[in-house]
Design a protein around this ligand. Structure first.
Ligand code: FAD
Length: 499
């Protein structure tokens, strides 16, 4: 196809990916493009995916969604980072908070200044210099103090993914998106070009379009089963291949504004507090743990009563070799899956939508634009993959077969180079447009014991009293700002109070 206007978009699938895509397309192209969503109630959605990272706020803002309305309608809570438990020695814990640690001092990177003070025996724990970590551990939430840049808070959300999809569906339908319910039994292709012409539903109805967005989840009905994009298997680095999930009631403790990821013998467990329940799951490697053991460990670690039976899921870590083929763009699980350790899947949907809008094939399909979409997707996925692999590689759980194997595995060359550079003098360089900032890498590298042998000599140029004063200013400013914040529960109660 070339030159014809792309006026009909069919989004196939109505999970988080499908409704995020439909909402964004309606918002951006509503006046010029018809959008139809096809979803099957009988097949349903994957039903997990409750933790996000800060760019979700940009997505909601792009749609013009009001934060208070969103929190109220999705049982949402605030997320300031992820607490990792047991990734070093079993009792270790550290935080990967959002936002920066301190601020550069006279051109010297903050972590280098901190490291020098530590070498001199003075500095506090690194996390004391991050507002999100300090607030998260105190169960506080607020915007920060506008006069002190290092106290500006960065946040994301935990939410009920089914409610978010429902919320976006109402948004999209309100802007003209048409929903067709039914199971797709056939994908009709043009005999000559192989482009997708239409999907046929069980009841015989045919839904045709110019562009198809495959959001059919793991099955990849269009991108894989029809267009055979191919799958790149990354399980040699990310060996977990199963999960079991169950929500539970709240226990006695506060509504912690962070996700928890607890390493276990066969993988790791997540804990995601929402307003009405806590989401829990155990992601594990079937070579090292049986399904029964995983479910038993999960149930034994719940805060409150289980609200249902544990639900099993299977997956392979990896990605589609090409996310966009002919007139089909895949989003969400249809385009691949990196396990949820850093809550990046929903973000990848958002990133895919953003790229699709930037490269929207208004007047036909240009191979170089499709190639660019695929190139950018590959790069972003590999950068996130390496960040997740770091957690496995740098584990300290000696004597457990899964974790021993992960420590010994060969990692992608780019990751190994970064780890080596950091180990030497704590040096780190963010790659162009990389999702995770230097502060995220520092949190995980230091948190999991990848300790620099020394600090950058640049930090030696700073007089010790100046350094000490600068660190104290940051830590004290953060402490005072957090002390003045309300608890997260108070903020949510205010958000959800009747108007
Ligand atoms: P699905 O939810 O599976 O939706 C697929 C849709 O396609 C459904 O509507 C279905 O009805 C439709 N469909 C399929 N076949 C047909 C057919 N033949 N005819 C008609 N319709 C069809 N992400 C995060 O960002 N944070 C997390 O904390 C997180 N945790 C996760 C934990 C686990 C264990 C897993 C497996 C994933 C997690 N994810 C997380 C990923 C997240 O769940 C997904 O990215 C997100 O839910 C999007 O799913 P989806 O819309 O691609 O697929």
């Amino acid at each position: 196809m070339g030159g014809n206007r792309v006026g009909d978009v069919v989004v196939v699938g109505g999970g988080t990916a499908g409704w995020m895509a439909a909402a964004a397309l309606a918002r951006a192209l509503g006046g010029t493009t018809r959008v139809t969503v096809v979803e099957s109630d009988a097949i349903g959605t994957v039903g997990v995916g409750e933790a996000t990272i800060p760019p979700i706020r940009t997505f909601n803002a792009m749609l013009g969604i009001d934060e208070q309305d969103f929190i109220r309608n999705t049982q949402g809570t605030f997320k300031l980072g992820i607490q990792f438990v047991g990734w070093g020695a079993p009792a270790d814990r550290y935080m990967h908070p959002f936002g920066a640690f301190g601020a550069d001092i006279q051109g010297v990177k903050f972590h280098q200044a901190w490291r020098r003070m530590r070498d001199l025996g003075h500095a506090d724990v690194f996390g004391a210099y991050n507002i999100c970590e300090t607030a998260a551990l105190a169960d506080r939430f607020g915007p920060g103090d506008p006069r002190l840049p290092f106290t500006r808070m960065t946040w994301a959300y935990h939410f009920d993914a089914a409610l978010y999809a429902r919320y976006l569906r109402a948004y999209a339908e309100g802007r003209g998106v048409v929903r067709r319910e039914g199971r797709i039994v056939e994908v009709v292709q043009d005999a000559e070009t192989g482009f997708i012409d239409a999907v046929r539903l069980e009841d015989g109805a045919r839904v045709s379009g110019d562009l198809f967005v495959d959001c059919t989840g793991f099955r990849g009905l269009l991108i894989e089963q029809t267009l055979q994009a191919g799958f790149e298997d990354w399980s040699r680095w990310l060996p977990c291949d199963r999960a079991v999930a169950v929500p539970c009631a709240h226990g006695q403790g506060p509504l912690t504004p962070y996700t928890r990821a607890t390493a276990e013998r066969g993988g790791w467990r997540w804990r995601i507090p929402l307003q009405h329940r806590i989401g829990n799951g155990y992601v594990y490697c079937s070579h090292h743990l049986s399904d029964d053991e995983a479910a038993a460990t999960l149930l034994a670690g719940l805060d409150g009563a289980a609200l249902g039976d544990p639900r099993p899921l299977r997956f392979t870590a990896g990605r589609r070799r090409r996310a966009w083929v002919k007139n089909c763009v895949s989003l969400g699980l249809a385009s691949g899956f990196l396990e949820p350790l850093e809550s990046t899947s929903i973000h990848m949907i958002q990133a895919g939508i953003t790229k699709l809008l930037a490269l929207f094939p208004e007047r036909g399909f240009e191979p170089r634009e499709i190639d660019e979409y695929n190139r950018l997707t590959d790069m972003q996925t590999e950068q996130i993959r390496d960040f997740i692999i770091l957690h496995y590689k740098a584990n300290g759980r000696v004597g457990e077969p899964l974790w021993d194997a992960c420590r010994a595995m060969e990692v992608p060359e780019a990751l190994q180079r970064r780890m080596d550079l950091f180990r030497h003098r704590g040096r780190f360089f963010r790659h162009e447009d990389e999702l995770f900032a230097e502060s995220s890498w520092l949190a995980v590298l230091l948190g999991q014991g990848v300790t620099p042998q020394g600090h950058d000599p640049l930090a030696d140029a700073l007089p010790e009293p100046d350094l000490r004063a600068a660190l104290e200013e940051v830590r004290g400013g953060i402490r005072r700002t957090v002390d003045a914040m309300p608890s997260q529960s108070d903020v949510i109660a205010r958000f959800c109070a009747a108007p």
